[in-house]
Design a protein around this ligand. Structure first.
Ligand code: SF4
Length: 377
C-alpha cells in the first residue's frame, strides 16, 4: 500500500522520463542544534526538515505550502544550497551540490536565485537601486560599467519600473515597488530557477495580484522554473502547477494544483482548505478541522506527526509513520487511512454549502424570474 519518500523521486522520474527534474532533494533533513550553556542540559535538535524527497520539474511552478513552522522555507533554502543539509542530497541538473567544488558552486548560485518575503528588510538601504540590481551582474559577469548600467535599466523596465529609478534608494519606494526591485535583482544573474519565499505575503492585497502576474509573465518570458513558498492558498491556486503540502518538516501530500483543490486527500490539506474564507456571505465552510497548535519540531510526535491534531487518528497512527502512497500518477499522500477518509466524503467538506437563507433567496429569485417570463407577451 505504501511507498517510501524515496519513491516520490522514483515515481516522478518514471512519469517524466523526458522531463528530467531540474532540482531535487533526496531524503534531505535539516536539523538545527543549539549550544547548551555550562549548567544546562543539552537540548534536542530542531527537526526543521525531515527526510524530504522532492523533484522540481523544469519550467513548472511548484508551491510549498503549510503553516508557519512547517519547514517550507528551510526546505527551499536547503534546495538552493543556502543551508547545508544535515543529511541527504540535493541534486541540481544531475549534479550533487554536496560534492561540487567552489568554482562550480559559484555557477550554481548564479542559476538559483531567491526573492525574499520582506521587501523592506531584503534591500540594503545604503545602496542605490542601480547598485542593488547591478551587484549580481558585477559578481557573475565581466560586463563593463556602461553595459551594466544598460542591463540594470533594461531590468527595471522589465519589472515595470523606469530606468530613472536606478539612482534612487529603497526608502523612496512603496512595498510593491521594492518587491519589483527584489525581482529585478533576482533576474540580474540570468537564473534558471527562482525561489519565491512568500513573495507577496508582506504586500497589500491590491499589490499582490500585480506582483503575482509579473512573476508569471517573467516565468514565460525567461523560461524560468519557480519554487514558491507560501501559506496563502489563493495565491498558490492562481500561479502554481503542483503543490507540496508540508507539516512539521515533512511532505504529507503532493499533487497537481487543480486535483488538490478539488479533492484534498490528507486530513491536514483538508483542514488548510477548510480555513480558506469563501467569497460569499451566504456560503458556508465546514467547521475548521484543525485544532490546537503544531507540536514542537524538537519533539515531534511518534508515528504520524499529524496524529495529535487529526480528527481521523486511530491507534495505528500513533505507532507507525505513514509512508507515501500513490493515489494516481503524479499524486501522493502520506496517510494510513486516506482511502477510508475519501470514501467517507471528508474531502467534499471543502465544497461550500449554501446556507438556508441563501437557498431561500435563490428560490425567490428563480420564482420571480419564472413569473416575469410568464407575464411576457
Ligand atoms: Fe490522520 Fe492517521 Fe492519516 Fe495521520 S495517518 S493523517 S493521524 S488518519
Amino acid at each position: 500500500m505504501s511507498l517510501s519518500g524515496q519513491h516520490i523521486v522514483n515515481a516522478g522520474a518514471a512519469e517524466s522520463a523526458l522531463e528530467k527534474p531540474i532540482l531535487e532533494s533526496i531524503a534531505v533533513s535539516k536539523h538545527f542544534h543549539s549550544e547548551a550553556g555550562l549548567f544546562q542540559r543539552k537540548k534536542p535538535p530542531v527537526q526543521a526538515v525531515n527526510e524530504v524527497s522532492l523533484a522540481v520539474r523544469r519550467g513548472e511552478t511548484l508551491a510549498l505550502v503549510g503553516e508557519s513552522g512547517s519547514g517550507k522555507s528551510t526546505l527551499g533554502r536547503v534546495l538552493l544550497n543556502l543551508l547545508k543539509p544535515t543529511a541527504g542530497d540535493v541534486i541540481y541538473e544531475g549534479r550533487n551540490l554536496g560534492n561540487l567544488p567552489a568554482d562550480k558552486l559559484r555557477q550554481v548560485r548564479r542559476d538559483l536565485q531567491i526573492i525574499f518575503q520582506d521587501p523592506f528588510a531584503s534591500l540594503n538601504p545604503r545602496m542605490s537601486v542601480e547598485s542593488i540590481i547591478g551587484e549580481p551582474i558585477w559578481l557573475h559577469r565581466d560586463d563593463s560599467r556602461s553595459a551594466r548600467q544598460d542591463k540594470v535599466a533594461e531590468l527595471l523596465r522589465t519589472v515595470g519600473l523606469a530606468p530613472e529609478h536606478g539612482s534612487r534608494f529603497p526608502h523612496e519606494f512603496s512595498g510593491g515597488q521594492r518587491q519589483r526591485i527584489g525581482i529585478a535583482r533576482a533576474l540580474a544573474s540570468e537564473p534558471r530557477l527562482i525561489l519565491g519565499d512568500e513573495p507577496v505575503s508582506a504586500l497589500d492585497v491590491s499589490v499582490q495580484a500585480q506582483v503575482v502576474n509579473l512573476l508569471e509573465d517573467l516565468k514565460h518570458q525567461f523560461g524560468l522554473t519557480l519554487l514558491i513558498v507560501a501559506h496563502g492558498l489563493a495565491v498558490i491556486r492562481h500561479m502554481s502547477d503542483r503543490v507540496a503540502v508540508m507539516y512539521l518538516g515533512e511532505i504529507v501530500e503532493l499533487a497537481p494544483v487543480n486535483a488538490l483543490f478539488e479533492t484534498p486527500f490528507h486530513p491536514y490539506t483538508q483542514a488548510l482548505m477548510a480555513a480558506v474564507p469563501v467569497s460569499h456571505p451566504d456560503l458556508r465552510r465546514p467547521r475548521p478541522l484543525l485544532g490546537g497548535d503544531m507540536p514542537s519540531p524538537s519533539k515531534p510526535p511518534s508515528g504520524c506527526r499529524f496524529h495529535t491534531r487529526c480528527p481521523h487518528a486511530k491507534p495505528l497512527c500513533r505507532e507507525v509513520k505513514p509512508l507515501f502512497d500513490t493515489v494516481e500518477p503524479g499524486r501522493q499522500v502520506a496517510c494510513h487511512y486516506w482511502r477510508e477518509i475519501a470514501n467517507a466524503g471528508a474531502g467534499s467538506l471543502i465544497v461550500p454549502t449554501p446556507s438556508a437563507a441563501y437557498s431561500q433567496r435563490l428560490n425567490l429569485f428563480k420564482s420571480h424570474q419564472a413569473l416575469s417570463l410568464e407575464s411576457q407577451p
